[in-house]
Design a binder for this molecule. Structure first.
Ligand code: BGC
Length: 740
């Protein structure tokens, strides 16, 4: 280039720098102004191009394996992070990179191996949602979030598609393991802590599925008929708390309809409530291939369509040209996306080294798994003395499941099964029994497809002969029976034997083991409850270990051996029988209707119903045993907004207690629950004899737990409030009354 040319070129560069805005240095408004219509349209549509049309809305599909596009409906981000769920659109001339979105709640889900690359890209499988909520400990959940966020950042992902926090309306919901609780306060606080943890690492979250995605059956078309009151007090309340307290960068709208309108096309939900009322400033993305009218989604404020299809681009281009989609709407949505993009690692031009400390995270995963396991029954059989011999029964003892299937699956490097966890801690197993189970499982699995995220094959339960039981019982008086259930995205569980109910073989095993062994410990490896009525009579101890992540076997052993004193509490009620659960009458689809489910129980979900109707539960919401005991004293108010109670460890070993505050409010409408959780706090580890004064604020920065939804909006009734300091929804220790 001649000198003249060089000067001209430099001049042009300066002009370009001055005129062409860039992400990161220019405002979103300037960027939007500089974009072509096509660039804008492509920015609001993900870049998945493998299919021309989304999988059909399939109202009749409910079997996980039959789910349309099973295995195909997850976009593969071919160029950036293999196995991530989707990519955004890049406009290089404006410095806009393609943002990477990846699942999910129990840990990052990306492909662990890459073609032509010897490195591995495993992620840590942390305990699933129900276990995290069972810890009732925001600090611990934040720690998990931070560890997951660290992997997200180091593996080059910008936004994690988590947490999942729909209410556990019914125990059969297939994705309950990803979700937290039947109570919105527990769900909201858990989600807020998780989001704070992940986002502390400089990456984003997508709180999902907004809203009322409480079943998998017909999830792409189901119309959920829910009263405003139940929506506000239950199904939106946890989202409200989490969104206001932790500001997730993105929100994922749900597949279902709410009162006739798809969540992603619902202006009331996404604009009036989320943005106008709650002040949300991030952007909303659809769930993968959710709903069917891109223009309606754009108008409603569903800013990004994921994973994105060519048809959506065509429809939106045409809608802009014909004026059906006003440019202001498109600009508004693009702007929201760009504002978040600017905060992401890619938006900031940061590099990443694929170097998470998986060993350190495994330690966190194990420790936190022990914080959320719930000891349901113990007649003194637990903890087990070190070095004992165990007759270990049940497939799930030798093939323990760390998590569920579907988008919440994590490609971990390994999983520790319970047999290995016990052996590592110095227990010995009855060898013939262990050998038989191990070869049975290995043989059956050799006949099955390999595990991948959408389908996790499990062997059929091994039939144990009477002779095998007798021979094991001759070697040890101690039996541990592990029962498990898998669940996953795309299908609900069923109220049938072998799923929600134990089947004949499981009952027979328990009965025969009970007859032959002096001590029987039952371990449950499941993401959501099974009906346990009768199991208490056949066991000395029951540990609900949930789906505890990749360190499962070590963590369960930590509790069984007493290395860790259990402090988890149920975030759901365990009913005596399935029909006792009010939503059992209207779960999946309401009788005589097509694609409609009516939430007729209204506010009477979980303990709100059981305590109001006086129906006994098997294990109440908030319940969980410890190896020590606690005494409550001096429950009093400090001013109008803080309660204080003193908790003393009155037993022989160190332990933690979850103090729950339930409130009886003066009712502003009919058919209200008698008692609602309004606050909780977990004590630090208390040494035997040690006391702590627990101060519990009643107000939160986001919501007022004393408020009720009325025809005129939120209201706090004046009158007499009765507060209970309790150890579960049914175990009130002390009460006091306050006037408001
Ligand atoms: C799930 C979402 C998930 C997305 C991407 C959908 O099928 O419902 O929870 O984030 O896929 O994998």
């Amino acid at each position: 280039m001649t000198m003249k040319g060089k000067i001209l070129f430099a001049g042009l560069m300066i002009m370009t720098c001055a005129c062409t805005p860039k992400l990161g240095t220019s405002t979103a408004n300037r960027l939007v102004k500089a974009m072509t219509v096509e660039e804008k349209v492509r920015t609001v549509v993900g870049t998945f191009t493998d299919v021309a049309t989304p999988p059909p809305v399939a109202p009749g599909v409910h079997n996980r394996a039959d789910y349309p596009g099973s295995g195909e409906n997850t976009a593969v981000s071919r160029n950036q992070v293999p196995g991530a769920a989707g990519d955004g659109y890049a406009v290089p001339r404006l410095g806009i990179p393609a943002i990477v979105y990846a699942d999910g709640p129990a840990g990052l889900r990306i492909d662990p191996r890459r073609e032509g690359d010897e490195n591995t890209y495993f992620c840590t499988a942390f305990p699933t949602g129900t276990l995290l909520a069972s810890a009732w400990d925001p600090a611990i959940v934040e720690e998990v979030g931070a560890a997951i966020g660290d992997e997200v950042r180091r593996y080059g992902v910008d936004v994690l598609l988590a947490p999942g926090m729909n209410l556990q309306r019914n125990p059969l919901t297939g994705r309950n393991f990803e979700y937290y609780s039947e109570d919105p306060l527990v769900a909201g606080i858990t989600a807020a802590s998780y989001i704070k943890g992940v986002q502390s690492q400089g990456v984003g979250t997508s709180i999902k599925h907004f809203a009322a995605n409480n079943q998998e059956l017909y999830r792409n078309g189901i119309d959920e008929k829910i009263s405003n009151r139940a929506l506000r007090e239950l199904y939106l309340r946890g989202f409200e708390l989490a969104i206001k307290e932790s500001a997730p960068w993105t929100v994922m709208s749900s597949y279902n309809k709410i009162n006739g309108v798809y969540a992603s096309e619902n202006e009331w939900l996404l604009n009036d409530v989320l943005r106008e009322e709650w002040g949300y400033e991030g952007f909303v993305m659809s769930d993968w291939f959710g709903a069917d009218d891109p223009v309606a989604q754009m108008k409603a404020g569903n800013d990004l369509l994921m994973p994105g299809t060519p048809n959506q681009i065509d429809e939106l281009m045409e809608a802009v040209e014909t004026g059906v989609l006003p440019m202001e709407v498109l600009d508004r949505n693009v702007k929201r996306i760009l504002e978040v993009m600017a905060q992401t690692p890619r938006g900031k031009g940061l590099s990443y080294a694929n170097d998470p400390d998986l060993e350190a995270h495994a330690v966190i995963s194990r420790r936190i798994a022990t914080e959320g396991m719930v000891l349901l029954r113990n007649n003194g059989a637990l903890p087990l003395k070190a070095g004992r011999k165990v007759a270990l029964f049940g497939n799930y003892a030798y093939d323990t499941q760390p998590g569920g299937s579907g988008s919440g699956y994590v490609n971990r490097a390994y999983k520790v099964t319970l047999d290995k966890g016990l052996e590592a801690a110095g227990f010995t197993l009855v060898p013939e029994l262990a050998d038989a189970y191990r070869s049975h499982i290995a043989f059956e699995k050799s006949q099955m497809p390999e595990e991948y995220f959408w389908v996790v094959p499990t062997a059929s339960e091994m039939v144990v002969t009477d002779a095998a039981i007798r021979s094991a019982a001759a070697q040890t008086p101690l039996a541990v029976v592990t029962l498990g259930r898998m669940a996953g995205e795309g299908g609900d569980r069923t109220a049938t034997e072998g799923d929600y109910f134990l089947d004949k073989q499981e009952w027979q095993l328990l009965e025969r083991v009970r007859r032959s062994f002096k001590e029987v410990v039952v371990v449950l490896n499941t993401g959501a409850p099974v009906e346990l009525t009768g199991v208490d009579k056949l066991s000395d101890a029951i540990l609900l270990a949930w789906l505890p992540g990749q360190e499962a076997g070590h963590a369960i052993t930590d509790i069984l051996s007493g290395a860790v004193n259990p402090s988890g509490k149920l975030p759901v009620s365990l009913a005596v029988k399935y029909e006792d659960i009010p939503s059992s009458k209207n779960f999946g689809v309401s009788e005589g209707e097509i694609n409609v489910v009516r939430y007729q129980e209204d506010l009477m979900v979980g303990y709100r119903y059981f305590t109001t109707a006086g129906v006994r539960t098997l294990y109440p919401f908030g319940f969980g045993l410890s190896y020590t005991s606690f005494e409550y004293a001096d429950f009093h108010a400090e001013g109008a907004d803080t309660l204080s109670v003193t908790v003393r460890n009155s037993g022989a070993v160190p332990g933690r207690e979850v103090v729950q505050i339930y409130v009886e409010k003066p009712a502003l409408s009919q058919d209200r629950p008698v008692r609602e959780l309004c606050a909780f706090a977990k004590t630090p580890v208390l040494q035997p004899g040690e006391s702590v004064e627990v101060k519990i604020p009643l107000r939160r920065p986001s919501i007022d737990p004393l408020a009720q939804w009325t025809d005129d909006g939120w209201a706090v009734a004046s009158g007499t409030y009765r507060f209970h300091a309790a150890s579960s929804a049914e175990d009130i220790k002390l009460s006091l009354t306050l006037e408001r």
